[in-house]
Design a protein around this ligand. Structure first.
Ligand code: AMP
Ligand code: FES
Ligand code: ZN
Ligand code: ZN
Length: 305
């Protein structure tokens, strides 16, 4: 197996691109995929102050590394969600990466600063953990980006993530969610601009990238996500990809090219007042995060549900 660029020994095959790469040229290939995504979707300007949400997993550490290598001024944001040992370990990976590269990492601790953790929040709100977690993360990402004066918030969602979400939304023909699914969401109504520069790269690409770059990431999946439908969709799409290389990227990018605009028109953009508790943009008098906090804090301290 030879590298398509230099004919040296290849370390990875990317069937979707019908190409093999050596370590050096694979790293360049990933940089090029990010550069193209940024350009095609107008994600970032060279002078932007960028905030990267980092979980300590491969995707978010890789996107941070890639953006810094491409010359962007990018700080990290880690949120401690209070999911036991998983959170302690993931925070350690994010901190060590930041230290090793001399980068700035902001930290928010959900239990320490808001008085509840994700398992308690989920129990109190009778939501599945990933839903309480997603709601809290989105709120804290937005707040950190706006308070810190950042131009754009980056997440590490990759092609596998986006294709799996699209698959789920399509199965249900959830037009509101379909309308929101785009690799760039512009700043609006007090929310920061949000971008996903890894949409042209797969989960496998990102694991290989971290290995080659010596990035020590948390391999374990979140213990609360087991049995999640999203993981089932990922498995199904991976089976399809084995039989038909490129199917995943085709499904996702053809959607963006041919259909996304139609659903974006359907989107309900009719926020916005301000949450009377925290001042965040909100449809109701009190935002969903403050309502979650209101229910969860008494459970933390009183043991009630
Ligand atoms: P997930 O919701 O776990 O699929 O993660 C999607 C993206 O959200 C990751 O690629 C990160 O950019 C970001 N993210 C997830 N968990 C955290 C966390 N604890 N702190 C900061 N960012 C996170
Ligand atoms: Fe949020 Fe697991 S990381 S529920
Ligand atoms: Zn090469
Ligand atoms: Zn609020």
């Amino acid at each position: 197996m030879k590298c398509v660029v230099c004919r040296g020994a290849a370390v990875i095959d990317v069937r979707r691109h019908n190409a093999n790469f050596c370590g050096e040229h694979f790293v360049r290939h990933c940089g090029e995929q990010v550069r193209r995504a940024v350009e095609d979707f107008d994600m970032l300007q060279p002078e932007d102050r960028v905030l990267v949400a980092v979980s300590g997993g491969k995707d978010s550490l890789a996107v941070w590394d890639l953006l810094v290598e491409l010359g962007y001024q990018a700080d990290g944001l880690y949120i401690g969600l209070g999911i036991g040992e998983y959170s302690e370990t993931s925070g350690g990976h994010a901190r060590r990466f930041a230290e090793s590269r001399g980068l700035t990492l902001l930290e928010v601790d959900l239990p320490g600063e808001y008085g509840f953790d994700v398992p308690t929040g989920a129990k109190a709100a009778r939501r599945v953990p990933c839903s309480a977690c997603g709601l809290s993360k989105r709120h804290l990402f937005d707040k950190a980006a706006v308070d810190g004066g950042y131009d754009v918030l980056v997440t590490g969602h990759n092609l596998d993530d986006e294709a799996a979400v699209l698959f789920g939304n399509t199965l249900r023909w959830d037009t509101d969610y379909l309308g929101r699914q785009y690799p760039v969401l512009p700043a609006r109504n007090g929310f920061p601009k949000k971008v996903k520069p890894l949409v042209r790269l797969s989960e496998r690409d990102m694991a290989a990238y971290c290995l080659i770059r010596g990035i020590d990431y948390l391999v374990d999946e979140c213990p609360m996500a087991a049995g999640n439908r999203h993981l089932i969709y990922k498995d199904l799409l991976n089976d399809l990809e084995v039989r038909s290389p490129g199917a995943k990227a085709d499904f996702y990018f053809s959607y963006l090219r041919n259909a996304a605009d139609r659903f974006r028109e359907d989107r309900d953009e009719s926020v916005v007042g301000e949450c009377s508790r925290c001042g965040s943009p909100s449809q109701g008098e009190v935002c969903a995060f403050c309502r979650l906090q209101e229910r969860a804090v008494p459970v933390t301290f009183g043991g009630r549900t």
